[in-house]
Structure formats: structure tokens, C-alpha cells
Design a protein around this ligand. Structure first.
Ligand code: ATP
Ligand code: MG
Length: 203
């Protein structure tokens, strides 16, 4: 814990920044089993928003582990720290009036609640939109684009979410998408409609 540090406020408030840039920031937090479609939907959503000339930036599990979180492994403490840092980084992006789109399994309710609380405790509160990217285990296991379920079943990956480690489904997510019933374009449409309804982006 650092001591002798003092927060240095900016000369521009969050509201003023939003007005100057003509955009509000928010974090769209995608959670769900591996192969449920988080990265696929995040990529399509980012593209859609950028084409509408809105600032959007994707923070994706594997990519973040190549850089910011390359010092972290997959033990319990590292997983918690992984999500805590993503929560902080997504807050910084959203404070810069960007729509941050995160795509992490983030299997534990407590970790997601921590990320949410960072946003909601901020003054002014920053919208945190939890999106449950949901498909049954047999469906995601049959997709298995990275071959991870196969390895997990063979015992080659320990503590794999859905197989040998729990996934705690969101209790009250802002958005729930069944990717075995809705295609990628449909998923993007659902999220965009929510953003429009909340006046986070122009309709
Ligand atoms: N409706 C859908 N939405 C999203 N992806 C779908 C859908 N239907 C099929 N897919 C396919 O499912 C796979 C989802 O893989 P993706 O990498 O997006 O999952 P993920 O949730 O990011 O997994 P991980 O946690 O391992 O990164 C892709 O191959 C995608 O083409
Ligand atoms: Mg992914």
C-alpha cells in the first residue's frame, strides 16, 4: 500500500469531458463460460460502435494477459487480481468517455461485484452494464474453438471453469443473452438497444 500519495484532480469534470467529446463513458462487462461468445460479441460490438463514430475499446482476457497482467497466473489470488485490474482499467477507459467492452470469463460473483462497485462508488457513478453471455455447457463444449474443453476433460488443464471449477452465473445482470438462441448480430442489437434506451448513445 503506497503512502504519501495525494489524488490530483483534473481541470475538467467528467460531465464537462462528456460534453466536450459528445460521448458518455460506460463499461460493458461480458461474463460467461469459455466459448460462450464473449470475444466474438465484443469484437462485433466494438466495430459497430466505432462505425457509428463512437469511441469504444475492447479489453479481452487473453490479450490483457499478454501485457498488463502477464505477471499473473491462474491460481485463486491471481484470478482475483486479474479481474480487479481489469475493473480499474475499464473504469479509467470509461472515465475518458470511452465505452469499455470487457470480455473475461470472470466466473465469481464477488469479483464482478468488486468491478461494479468501483464504477458505482465513483462520483459521479459510471454505468456498469453486466452482460451474461450464456449458452449451455454442452453447446460451448461442442464449439470449443480453442480446444480447451477437450484438454480440460483430459485433465490437462486444472480448475477449468464449467468442468473442474465453478461458474457463478449473474443473479441480476443488466442484459442476458442466450447465444445458442441469438446470433452475433442479434447480440449486438440487444446491447445497442440497451445503450440507446439508457441514453448512453444517441438513438
Ligand atoms: N450466437 C453466437 N454468439 C457468439 N459466438 C457464437 C455464436 N454462435 C456461435 N458462436 C461461436 O462460438 C465461439 C465463441 O468463441 P469466443 O472466443 O467468442 O468465446 P469466449 O466467450 O470469448 O471464450 P473464452 O472465455 O475462452 O475467451 C466462436 O467460434 C463463435 O463463432
Ligand atoms: Mg474470449
Amino acid at each position: 500500500m503506497a503512502t504519501n500519495i495525494t489524488f490530483h484532480p483534473g481541470a475538467v469534470t467528467e460531465d464537462e469531458r462528456n460534453q466536450l467529446l459528445n460521448q458518455k463513458g460506460a463499461t460493458i462487462w461480458l461474463t460467461g463460460l469459455s466459448a460462450s461468445g464473449k470475444s466474438t460479441i465484443a469484437t462485433a460490438l466494438e466495430q459497430h460502435l466505432l462505425h457509428k463514430k463512437l469511441h469504444a475499446y475492447r479489453l479481452d482476457g487473453d490479450n490483457i494477459r499478454f501485457g498488463l497482467n502477464k505477471d499473473l497466473g491462474f491460481d485463486q489470488a491471481s484470478r482475483v487480481e486479474n479481474i480487479r485490474r481489469i475493473g480499474e482499467v475499464s473504469l479509467l477507459f470509461s472515465l475518458s468517455s470511452t465505452i469499455a467492452i470487457t470480455a473475461f470469463i470472470s466466473p465469481y460473483i464477488s469479483d464482478r461485484e468488486l468491478a461494479r462497485s468501483l464504477h458505482e462508488k465513483h462520483s459521479p457513478a459510471i454505468p456498469f452494464i453486466e452482460v451474461y453471455v450464456d449458452a449451455p455447457l454442452d453447446v460451448v463444449e461442442s464449439r470449443d474453438p480453442k480446444g480447451l474443453y477437450k484438454k480440460a476433460r483430459a485433465g490437462e488443464i486444472k480448475d477449468f471453469t464449467g468442468i473442474s471449477a465453478p461458474y457463478e452465473a449473474p443473479v441480476k445482470p443488466e442484459i442476458h443473452i442466450r447465444t445458442d438462441q441469438v446470433d452475433v448480430a442479434g447480440a449486438v442489437e440487444i446491447i445497442v438497444k440497451y445503450l440507446e434506451e439508457q441514453s448512453l448513445i444517441p438513438a
